[in-house]
Write a protein that binds this ligand. Structure first.
Ligand code: NAD
Ligand code: TYD
Length: 341
């Protein structure tokens, strides 16, 4: 347990998982004060933090590569932990152009590790992804000892940041923990990812682009389960360790899309098979027995119930959706799918 966890830094706290994590901390540990560092890229949205206790939230709008500016803006220097979410996170964008992925995910993580060292923090949680392990066939699951074999510029940039994080543990004794989680879904996710994209397009009766034949398989975890695992590791995880986090719910893409259409009473004819993603990973599956055995963590969400809840959240927050579906988003969609949808 880290002592005196009064101030923690959360990077990327205005994104999907980071904001869900801040909401969770606010609920479960109201005494913890969060310094949220986020430069508000297209994926960052300060409205994601509506409803949190402002007394416990200090927002620093800054790029994680700019440690000098961050240091100048920190309200205190005694910070117990850093939970590092900030990253470019979308595979398709990394295929279009990978520059920002190298800057934010590699250079940015390196900057945060240096900042952590300078501040003498007691724990650095580096939030990574199962995608660093590459792709599986129909059999098997990734363990923490699986080889690192990333296939996309996104996953390669995350793998690079994992290696840097580990090197700071080995070389500088920085108390680093690396988490590798599978695909998240839930409220506040930017609608470039499969689930919110399908929900929002189906609500509007627009075509749903499914890559290739839709046979690719992902393991889906509800974002609250992921955030609870991160909080547990923040309090009780062992430094220098990697922990896999998974949802125990493997689903084919085409089935996800059909489930959502069915729940929204929309016809399967909205499905549009489009050109496959370049270098498309076939399957991800996570063996999370380490965190289960060591810390008694397992995902709690029931997939069907939480998909229902997620759909309802998007239906009940039209103003959030409207703000997100702005011109930049439309430009991205038309560039990504050209004339195919
Ligand atoms: P997201 O794209 O929704 O949010 C990323 C946030 O980071 C945004 O608020 C953005 O403004 C901020 N950011 C990006 N670059 C920045 C920079 N250079 N400086 C400051 N802020 C910056 O991402 P997410 O889905 O919430 O993912 C969070 C983390 O979790 C990422 O590191 C991602 O690799 C990892 N992860 C995501 C998933 C998933 O399914 N979404 C699964 C496993 C791991
Ligand atoms: P995504 O949500 O982008 O997550 P990731 O690529 O990190 O796993 O994609 C999930 C799966 O859905 C992936 O196999 C690609 C596929 N996909 C589509 O078929 N159509 C889409 O429009 C998107 C965004 C993804």
């Amino acid at each position: 347990m880290i002592k005196n966890k009064k101030y923690i830094i959360v990077t990327g706290g205005c994104g999907f998982i980071g904001s869900n994590f801040i909401h969770l901390i606010n609920e479960l540990e109201p005494e913890t004060k969060i310094i949220n560092i986020d430069c508000l890229t297209y994926a960052g949205n300060i409205d994601n933090l509506k409803g949190i206790n402002e007394q416990n939230h200090f927002f620093i709008k800054e790029n994680i590569t700019n440690t000098e500016a961050i240091l100048n803006k920190l309200p205190v220097k005694e910070i117990s932990a850093i939970v590092h979410f900030a990253a470019e996170s979308h595979v398709d964008r990394s295929i279009q152009s990978s520059n920002n992925f190298i800057i934010s995910n590699v250079v940015g993580t390196h900057s945060m590790l240096n900042l952590a060292k300078h501040l003498n923090i007691k724990k650095f949680l580096h939030i990574s992804t199962d995608e660093v392990y590459g792709s599986l066939g129909y059999e098997g699951a990734f363990t923490e000892d699986s080889p690192i074999k990333p296939n996309s510029p996104y996953s390669a940039s995350k793998a690079s940041s994992d290696l840097l994080a580990y090197s700071f543990y080995k070389t500088h004794k920085l108390p680093v923990i690396i988490t590798r989680c599978s695909n998240n879904y839930g409220k506040l996710q930017y609608p470039e990812k499969l689930i919110p994209l399908t929900i929002l397009r189906a609500i509007e009766n627009k075509d749903i682009p499914v890559y290739g034949k839709g046979d690719n398989i992902r393991d889906w975890i509800h974002v609250k389960d992921h955030c609870e695992a991160i909080l547990l590791l923040l309090n009780k995880g062992k430094e220098g360790e990697v922990y896999n986090i998974g949802g125990n719910k493997e689903v084919k893409n085409i089935d996800i899309v059909k489930i959502i259409l069915n729940k929204l009473n929309k016809p399967d004819s909205l499905i549009k098979f489009v050109q496959d993603r370049k270098g498309h990973d076939f399957r991800y599956a996570i063996d999370f027995s380490k965190i289960k055995k060591q810390l008694n963590w397992s995902p709690k969400a029931n997939f069907e119930d939480m998909i229902d809840k997620t759909i309802k959240w998007y239906q009940q927050h039209p103003e959030w959706c409207e703000n997100i579906l702005n011109k930049d988003y439309q430009d991205y969609i038309s560039k990504q799918y050209r004339s195919s949808i």
